[in-house]
Design a protein around this ligand. Sequence first.
Ligand code: PLP
Length: 400
Amino acid sequence: AIHIANRVTRIKPSPSSTASDRANALKRAGKAIVNLVVGEPDFDTPAVIRQAASAAIERGETRYTQNNGTPALRTAIAEKFLRENRLTVNADDVIVTNGAKSAIFNAFAATLETGDEVLIPAPYWVSYPDMVLACDGRPVIVTCSEQDGFKLTPESLRAAITSRCRWLLINSPSNPSGASYTRAELRALADVLLDYPHLAIMTDDIYEHIRYDDAPNVHLLEVEPRLADRTLIVNGVSKTYAMTGWRIGYATGPKTLIAAMGTLQSQSTSNASSVSQAAALAALNSGTEFITTSLEIYRQRRDDIAARLNAIPGLSCRVPEGAFYLYVNCGGLLGKTTAAGQRLTTDNEVVLWLLDSAGVAVVAGAAYGLSPYFRLSIATDLPALQHGAELIAAAVASLK
Ligand code: PLP
């Protein structure tokens, strides 16, 4: 048999794909399933973006581009940072990647030595720890409790930093909790970070435009520009413009790091798709209408479904400031017994029971490093979400 390397056997496939696969298998077997697992917008990519991609194909933009992305797209990204984040970025210091995911992976691959630590606040996006492990690093999980709004505090951050820490990850708004840092909270974290110059910071801003609190988006570097020489900003068009399948992400940061990521990319995937780059360019220059419209739809779903779930005895959920997920506390269901006589003891069991008995697919908090919770995606139309919430309410009512 072919040997599979340790760097692969120590990681696992994404738990959200596993949950989706299970729901789809039940669906194929004829069961009605409300799938609330999805981590992507349910909208189509806007027409102007699709048309820009078609036009690029017809113009013959179908060849390799510069490894780090077309000059036109990198310029548009630099303009975006100035326009939306009030950050001055040179287009030469931008790399366009195959989704934000490959920016994060290449950054770890370019910087981690065996055993180097990466601080990952929990609940976290499922891929962070596995990407660190795949790059021989050591994920160090920093628990961010619901009482703290699922956010790092200056104290929890300071207590977690060791001399082996290479990176701190900040994902705001967060997948799965939606938690988003305020300017004052970023200021307080920056004050701690200034004390530890060996620590680099990676901000994953992929949900920056899906934010409900009307506070202008604030970036750590706007609050504290002195962190610029050790901060990598990761972003992309996937969530903002409903472009998950186009696979365009980007990053900017210190020159040496961007160069190292470029070298890795040049010897692995090479440039991101030329056609998708043309689409991303159109997206970044498409104004704010799609963003505003989709945000209002998410907001309506968030308010409606959070209220319904909070009315179910045994469940509670903090109304998130951002992203398109609800992170639902199911601690009140633990210890209860199902109609089939099973005593529920973990969020994993709650999630399997919800799938089997209610036909509702969600992802267990265990996958995100903080239990007992489940993540419910609101990137589905409101009637389906309301139906799902009713099914959950009925199932919970049947518990003893
Ligand atoms: N970062 C977070 C927090 C995400 O939730 C996701 C997608 O689920 C990504 C990054 C990946 O984005 P992309 O599709 O651009 O690779």
